[in-house]
Design a protein around this ligand. Structure first.
Ligand code: C5P
Length: 409
């Protein structure tokens, strides 16, 4: 492991030497960054000899190598031993006017902080608030322990034992490495181009009215967010969303089914995976009135004539590019599981898509909600997954099925 040990200016700085020595003897590469005040308590030659590396102190040395960034980026973990009340306050505030502060800010690796100070300073609400802020950001706080302090008094504030600090540093570094490997493995859509439709179309009746549906776009946006996190290049055709689109997703805004059809036809050939989560109006008013329909002019009943919208999914299936995986959605209100599944199987056959995601919707299910039940049907009619959970987890289950399917195909 590459470990940066920051040493700040307290009497316990001499104990940092044994932490550094233990890490080096365990075979780790240790870079020490000492603050100016730390060097009043422990000598630079000691830190260099024990760490077997040059000591870093000055922000303005090695500027050409952008050292604060390099040290932080290369580190598997940064540990501050001891951390004074002042340095804890500075980390909590994100200050960067010395090399250690810069290195901590320029790093994504875990931060382990071992406080050491007088009991009053440790218990001060300011210090406690700063510690909570650091913990909220995921900083590991080791100690302090209770015991004899330098002033002859005793209480909480004593630096934790060397073995405890070393164990915390290595545990934090290993956990971060494991997470990085898992994240890398989870990028199973890396380099894939994914097109997603989301939201509900609105079909204008007159300048102020439209025919719409209750889709909020949450499931489609969750699919876009998860596909992006799994490494895909994501394009979202968004119809009247009620939720924000994550940064990094390229968005094409549309409102009507016909606009969505045009955008989808243009974008589809460039995408390998297409997921049609949008609720598309099957019909639109045959004519759009140029002025607001007046109730005085219509009498007690209003009759509108509707014309069929293009079935976008079917059109994309018909124009399918080899290797493309197409996923349709079916939002059905039937309460009976078997009946709903049968409707979905028939719909998949009619549409010709590879996978179909069945949602149960109703007055209280599906739409607007953070939760969703999804059943995924493949082209043999088998139910590949039956999942209930928030829309992010539903998105992952859908993408898992897509990945399996496109690997198999
Ligand atoms: O036929 P139904 O509307 O139930 O089909 C739902 C699926 O077909 C969804 O994936 C939806 O995005 C898509 N669809 C479409 N064009 C339409 C209607 C629905 O692409 N006109």
């Amino acid at each position: 492991m590459r470990i940066v040990v920051g040493v700040t200016g307290g009497i316990a700085a001499y104990k940092a030497v044994s932490v550094i020595r233990s890490l080096v003897l365990l075979g780790h590469h240790v870079d020490v960054i000492a603050t100016e005040h730390a060097l009043k308590f422990v000598g630079a030659p000691t830190l260099e000899a024990i760490s077997r590396n040059p000591l870093h102190t000055d922000l303005y040395e090695g500027v050409a190598q952008v050292r604060h960034v390099a040290l932080g980026q290369q580190a598997d973990v940064i540990a501050v031993v001891p951390a004074t009340a002042n340095s804890i306050a500075r980390f909590a505030a994100g200050m960067a006017d010395d090399l250690l502060g810069n290195t901590v800010l320029a790093s994504r690796s875990p931060l382990v902080v071992a406080p050491a100070m007088h009991t009053e300073m440790w218990q001060h609400p300011a210090t406690q608030a700063n510690i909570r802020r650091l913990e909220e950001r995921g900083t590991v706080i080791v100690g302090p322990e209770s015991g004899a302090l330098t002033g002859g008094d005793s209480g909480p504030g004593r630096l934790a034992e060397t073995e405890t600090i070393v164990a915390s540093i290595l545990t934090a570094a290993r956990a971060a490495k494991r997470r990085a490997i898992e994240d890398e493995q989870a990028r199973d859509l890396s380099g894939r181009r994914v097109l997603i439709t989301a939201g509900g179309t609105r079909e204008p009746i007159d300048p102020v009215r439209f025919l719409g549906n209750r889709s909020s776009g949450r499931q489609g946006v969750a699919l876009a967010a998860r596909a992006l996190a799994r490494g895909a290049e994501v394009t979202l055709i968004a119809a009247n969303l009620e939720v924000p689109v994550p940064e990094g997703v390229s968005v094409v805004r549309v409102s009507t089914a016909q606009q969505m059809a045009t955008a989808a036809a243009e974008l589809a050939p460039r995408h390998e995976i297409i997921v049609m989560a949008a609720a598309v109006a099957d019909f639109r008013p045959e004519r759009v009135e140029s002025g607001k329909i007046k109730k005085e002019a219509t009498g007690d009943a209003l009759t509108l004539t509707f014309t069929k919208n293009p079935d976008i999914l079917r059109q994309l299936v018909a124009a399918r590019v080899p290797g493309q995986t197409l996923v349709g959605f079916a939002a059905e209100t039937e309460a009976d599981d078997a009946e709903r599944l049968e409707i979905a199987r028939r719909k998949r056959e009619r549409k010709g898509c590879d996978l179909l995601v069945l949602n149960q919707v109703g007055w209280h299910e599906g739409f607007q909600s953070e939760y969703n039940r999804v059943q995924i049907i493949d082209d043999s009619g088998s139910v590949l997954a039956d999942h209930e959970g928030d829309k992010m987890s539903a998105a992952d289950v859908i993408l898992d099925a897509v990945v399996q399917r496109s690997l198999a195909g």
